[in-house]
Structure formats: C-alpha cells, structure tokens
Ligand binder design. Sequence first.
Ligand code: ADP
Ligand code: MG
Length: 552
Amino acid sequence: MSSNVQPGGVPVLVLREGSNRSRGREAQHSNIMAAKIVAESVKSALGPKGMDKMLVDGFGDVTITSDGRTILDEMDIQHPAAKMLVEVAKTQDNEAGDGTTSAVVIAGELLSRAEELVDKSIHPTVIIDGYKKAAEKALSTLEKIAIKVDLKKHDYLRKAAITSMASKLVAEHKEYLADIAVKAMLEVAEKDGVSWKVDVEDVKVEKKTGESLRETSLVNGIVLDKEIVHSGMAKRVEKAKIALLDTSLEIEKTEYDAKLSIETPDQIEAFLSQEESMLKDMAEKIIQAGANVVICQKGIDDLAQHFLAGKGIIAIRRAKKSDMEKLAKATGGNIVTKLDDITSADLGYAALVEERKIGDDKLTFIEGCKNPKAVTILIRGGTQRITAEAERSLHDALCVIRDIIHEPYVVAGGSAPEIEMSNALRKYAATLPGRESLAVKVFAETLETIAVILAESAGLQSIDVLSELRARHEKGELWAGIDVLEGKIQNMSKIGVFEPLTVKKQIIKSATEAATLILKIDDVIAAGKMKAPPMPPGGGAPGGGYPGMGEY
Ligand code: ADP
Ligand code: MG
C-alpha cells in the first residue's frame, strides 16, 4: 500500500514497510465505527438506572463503576479514532467534572448519523458546518432556559450534587454525601470581587476502608494517611508549630561504593559518632527554629527520630508532595528544602496535631489550621471498591458545586434541556438551505438519544415517551423530562433534578468538537510497528503503530 509503481517499473517507497494506510470512505467508515463502539460501551451506564461496569485490568484488579471517564480509562483502547473519544471524556471531566457519559454518547451518535448523511452523498464539510451551527444554536438555547442561582441559598448546590450522584453506586447515600460536599466547597470558596472562586483541589479527600459510607465525615483541616514515626513521641500536640521539610533527615548515602577500612575500635567509635553528630545537628536546627511538629516529605533516620522525640517533637515522614503543598497553604508554613535555612518564620500553625486510629490504621489529623480554608473529606465504606467509587462520585459532586459557584446557573435534568434544544434546532433547520438543514436536523435527533436512553433504562417505550416529550415542550412545558426513578414524565424542576449549565454546555462543546474532528479525517496513516528498541513511555513517536487498525 505504501508504494507506487513509476513508469519505469521501479516502486517508490514513501512509507516504512509495515505501515498501514486507509483513505477516503474506508478511513471514515473505520473511524466512525470505532467511535461508535466506544460510545456504545458507555451508553448503558447513563442515568440513575444505568448499569455499572466491572472492569478488570492487566493485573486482575477489579474496578466497579458507572463513571464514563473511568470506564474508558480502564479500557485498553487502541484505535486512533476511538482514542479521540476517550479524549472527549477527559476534556469533559477536566472542564466540567460531570457529564462524561453524555458527551461520549452524543459524540458517537453525531458520528454515526453523519455516516448516514455521507451515504446520501452529503460532503463531510457540509455536515461539519451544519453541526457547528447546530451546536451554536443549542448553546444559546441552553443559556436562554437556564435558571439563575442565588449562591446565598444552598438549595440548588445541594440538589445538583445529589443529581450528580444519583447515577452512582453510592446513590443510596447521595443526600448525606451531597451535604458534606456542599459544606466542604463553601468552606474553601473565596470571594473574588463580585463573584466567587473555588478549587476542587482545596478539598482533600482521604479514604479508609471500614464502617460504612454513613460514617464519612468532613474534617476541618488536613488528614494525612500517615502515623507518627516514633513510639516515644506524643500522639497529640496542641498549638502546633509545624516544620514542613522537603529534605531528608538522614545521612546521604554516596552514589559509589566506598571502601572504609576501620582497624581499631576507636575508629568505629569516631565514625559512628560523626554520623550521630550530623544527625544531631539536623535535629538541632529544627529545635532552634522552635518547631514542635515535623512533617517530612523524605525519610527520617532512627537516630534523628530519637533526638526529636527527646525534645518533645513529633514527626511524620514520607508525606506526599501534594499533601505538603496543601499543608503549606493550610498552615501558612513554607516548605523548607535546606535545613540550614530554616527559621521560625517558616513554621506553619495548627491548633491541634493528633494521631487517631481509624479502622486498622493510624491517621494524623491537622486541625484548626491558620488558614481555615482547608478541609478534608474522610470517606469510610465497607470495602475498598466502595470507597474508591465513593471518591469518584464525590469528585463529580464537588465539580458540579464548583461549576455552579463559578457560573451560577442550572438547568433541570432528565433530558428536559435536550428536548428543548432539539425542538429549537428543528425550527432552526427549517430556516436553512437543504443540505445544511439536514445536518442540523440530525443534530436535533442526536440530542434526543439522551431521552431515549433514559426512557429505556426506566423500562418505558422510548418512541411514545419521545413524542409526548416533544409535544409537551412544544406547549411550553420547559422542564418536562423523564423521571427514571418513578418511571414517568414529570416536571423535573419540581422534583429537584438540577444540573449545572456549565456541564450541559460543555457536553455540546466537547461532543461537537470531537465529532467534527473525526469527520474531517479522510486519510489514516499509521507507521509500522518498530521492532526494537521498545517505545519510550508516553512517546507517541513514529513507529508506534496502531494494532487493531481497521479491525473492530
Ligand atoms: P454523565 O456521565 O453524563 O453525567 P450520568 O450517569 O451521571 O452520566 O447521568 C446523567 C444523566 O442522568 C443526566 O442527563 C441527568 O439529567 C440524568 N438524571 C439524573 N438524575 C435523574 C433523575 N432522578 N431522573 C431522571 N434523570 C436523571
Ligand atoms: Mg453524571
């Protein structure tokens, strides 16, 4: 495939042997097929009645989830176009934090319907233009119907958090967890002129197996999954002055093997006492600075521990880098990289540092921090799989709350906004010339897929539900949607199913972007697999190849 025969009969090789190339309709078809398969694989997970997926990785580790991004992350996807759909989930997750399944489903559906148009000889660029116009219209429709949120009242925040968790394994405790999520986010939110700003990263999430989800709690401060290093140290220090160290309290071992010949007991003594005095020196600097708590990102030698313990200082070693940064922000301390430089000004402050036994493990709580905008959600749950899914669900809830704080608008869910957009698009299509209008109509149909999936998951006849929804929206019932828990059409705003405007807008943006990008491709050239050496990690360099290209 990678050669051309010239008049002289000599083949001109352009691509390396073993390269794979597909062009035109063939390339499009294979890309769309691959994207459709990915969308199909997450479709049944949509909504509160969606199914969960059990994913087993190469090591046999099991994840149970209904989270779109997690499903795709855990699947080992090879096809380049399919990978682009995985990217949709990532974009959606990064930009909005929720709505990943919807974005992937809509992208897949936009592509599969585009293929039908291509079969009717409509050129992909016409479809792309139509899709882009439709997306614009859909977005402006969303803006028009969105409900303004008064952030002083927490009702919408709470309800949106509940909605985001309604489709998760932890749904039974959604109200309880939503309250914790709202409290945590409001705790760390900061006023920024007239608006508010808040970072999901400011809420630390720790999980410990044991008890049940009901025992999940909000801690005012930072919780470290670490114990105090030395049994001779206190388990509790009040009015903590905390040294945050990014340097080890150990004697650096040399890179090379050095031979030390010691011939007399005196020499041993001298050697050991030198090590001892160096460690003592290190401890001394911390003592001098006035710290009574040491949190170290690296190791702490036994002897150094002993010296610190002797002065009533408690210590934690091998703290995570991300935790160190949170601690610096929370306690107002500086992370010190050279012990020689440490002074009392570098120390952070917390009212209490205490080691507590949680389940079978010991955790350290740093409470009453100088900066009160530091909180930790401590997740408890019967098994490790439950706490892991609870963490993912809380992530969605925290993001949804952030979204509303940043852009204080919501829409009701259960496919009400999708039907509203779809109706608006049909009217809009009627104003456009023939071919483009077809693409806009197809976009309208695509949005209705969400209603179809929700209806089917609730055991309803999707065709009947869809026509009733269209009609009721036509009559002005803006929030008529599918209450999947009751299995009937309801005013979704009355039953309190709300979602951030940000999430809905991002679904349209991410899905349209991916679909148009894939539609534009009419040539896929994949380099042959290199034999040796193996690819560097993360390197998409030439020679990567796509096993499975064209096989689906
Ligand atoms: P995503 O990854 O797209 O967020 P979810 O599985 O979280 O997927 O499902 C989200 C969809 O479920 C949204 O369209 C939302 O409106 C809908 N939904 C959530 N709660 C309800 C409910 N109680 N009744 C009907 N639909 C709901
Ligand atoms: Mg969701």
